[in-house]
Design a protein around this ligand. Structure first.
Ligand code: ADP
Length: 457
């Protein structure tokens, strides 16, 4: 039963159900037609007996029939009996052999000699004590023929009916289930060909299958993107790690092959050291990013005063204080993870120092770090007056491993900083914006939901 398709199961179920309904309908029709025929016969018997009773007169123990009195009319035999129940007039049907006792006004069925009769007796009084019986007798209508006709029709119609229900139902179900087959086929193809770029591509519609197909397509889209992202990330990470490894290998091979002066050896060792540091930085950045990918579960959220956080960072880091201009509003609080927000701010400030200072930066154009509240948002703004970021790079700098001037990558970093900054902002329910004009400088702003500091009394 488990291997039978849903289409087949529904078809069999509907066909059985319809057949049972058909049989019930047939039985109902037989019952109704029987009772209609019987009712009609009873009415006919009662009407004829009533009519006949008006056509006779009784007086002084005698009974007189009207001139055109018929003892057999409309299939009804009229019989007149004396009080002592002896037949006075009328012809008893041959097969009515039963000595049926008289019952005034009772219409009933009496079975006699294989035949059923409808019987109605009426008492015709003659004075106080005497009188006559009038009996109406009618063969009860046979329902057999009607039933036979109905059953014959049913047996001719039933195969057509079953055929129509089964094939029609199966056809409709097959059409209705076609999108599902297409969904299954596409999913199988994707699985077999390992090709996440395929889509089910059903035309949009409101039925369940179109919606399911759209949801699955969207799922494939996300899977493909995330899969591509993962691939790209792994490729970029290995590429970034390969460069310092090759430099270290090259330096070691050179040192093994050639005799180096102590001066050269010191230089080689310091180069290896630099590259090892670079790798270590990269690895810890990769680890951080992977941790951030795990989402909010890893966050330790607390009330943080953004201004105080910036002051602490500036105190602890060895920034050239001459280049820093601070404009920090008090009590700009947010809910956040202090370690992550510190990492975010350090990245922005480090970048401003790395890229945003020019040899010729006038004293008035120092780096500006501001913290303030705007509406429902707490803002941290890091502004520099450096070379700025060309328009076409402004969207891309948030991507992992993206660097505007890749040739400077060796010296500056791996292009992971801003990707991490944006990820941290998003994890805190906020976002980053960038305004930058070439030749004039860049302004990175973190927008976070402002959190009213609970006052302690
Ligand atoms: P990294 O600094 O390691 O290269 P980031 O993700 O921090 O990576 O930055 C990506 C790129 O954005 C940098 O390579 C740099 O070209 C550009 N950039 C970042 N901050 C600034 C800035 N303040 N001014 C100009 N360019 C910037």
């Amino acid at each position: 039963m488990r291997n039978i398709s849903v289409k087949m199961k529904i078809t069999v179920w509907i066909t059985l159900l319809m057949t049972v309904l058909f049989a019930l309908l047939l039985a109902f029709m037989v019952f109704i037609s029987n009772s209609v025929i019987r009712q009609t016969a009873m009415k006919q018997l009662a009407g004829t007996v009533q009519e006949k009773i008006t056509q006779i007169q009784v007086s002084d123990g005698k009974i007189q029939f009207a001139e055109n009195f018929l003892f057999y009319k409309n299939g009804v035999s009229i019989l007149v009996y004396s009080k002592k129940e002896s037949l006075l007039a009328g012809q008893l049907p041959v097969s009515f052999t039963t000595a049926e006792p008289f019952q005034n006004g009772q219409l009933r069925t009496v079975r006699s000699d294989q035949t059923s009769y409808l019987v109605l007796d009426l008492w015709i009084p003659d004075g106080w004590e005497n009188g006559f019986w009038m009996r109406g007798l009618m063969e009860a209508p046979e329902s057999g023929q009607t039933v036979r006709n109905l059953v014959t029709v049913a047996f001719i119609a039933l195969p057509f009916f079953i055929f129509l229900t089964a094939f029609g139902g199966y056809g409709i179900l097959r059409r209705a289930f076609r999108p599902l087959s297409s969904i299954t086929r596409t999913a199988e193809n994707i699985n077999e060909a390992k090709d996440l770029s395929r889509r089910i591509g059903l035309p949009p519609g409101k039925n369940e299958f179109s919606r399911l197909a759209a949801v699955i397509d969207a799922l494939f889209e996300r899977l493909e993107k995330s899969f591509e992202g993962e691939k790209q990330f792994t490729a970029d990470a290995s590429h970034e790690l390969r460069t310092p490894v090759s430099i270290i290998k090259g330096a070691c091979e050179y040192a093994e092959k050639y005799e180096e002066t102590p001066e050269e050896r010191r230089e080689t060792i310091s180069m290896i050291h630099r590259q090892a540091n670079k790798m270590s930085d990269l690895i810890s950045q990769l680890l951080n990013i992977t941790r951030l990918d795990q989402g909010v579960d890893a966050l330790y959220m607390e009330e943080i005063d953004l201004g105080a956080l910036i002051k602490k960072i500036c105190r602890e880091r060895t920034y050239d204080q001459n280049c820093l201009g601070l404009n920090l509003q008090d009590n700009v609080t947010v809910k956040g993870d202090a370690a992550l927000l510190t990492r975010l701010a350090e990245n922005l400030i480090d970048n401003a120092f790395k890229y945003g200072l020019r040899e010729t930066t006038p004293a008035s154009e120092v780096l500006q770090i501001s913290v303030f509240q705007e509406g429902e948002e707490a803002l941290l703004r890091v502004q520099d007056y450096g070379p700025g970021i060309p328009q076409e790079h402004q969207e891309k700098i948030w991507q992992r491993f993206y660097q505007v001037d890749a040739s400077r990558g060796q010296a500056t970093g791996a292009g992971l900083g801003l990707a991490m900054v944006r990820q941290i902002a998003q994890l805190h329910g906020g976002y980053m914006t960038l305004e930058s004009t070439e030749g004039k400088g860049s302004c990175f702003t973190l927008h976070l939901p402002f959190s009213e500091k609970k006052k302690s009394f």
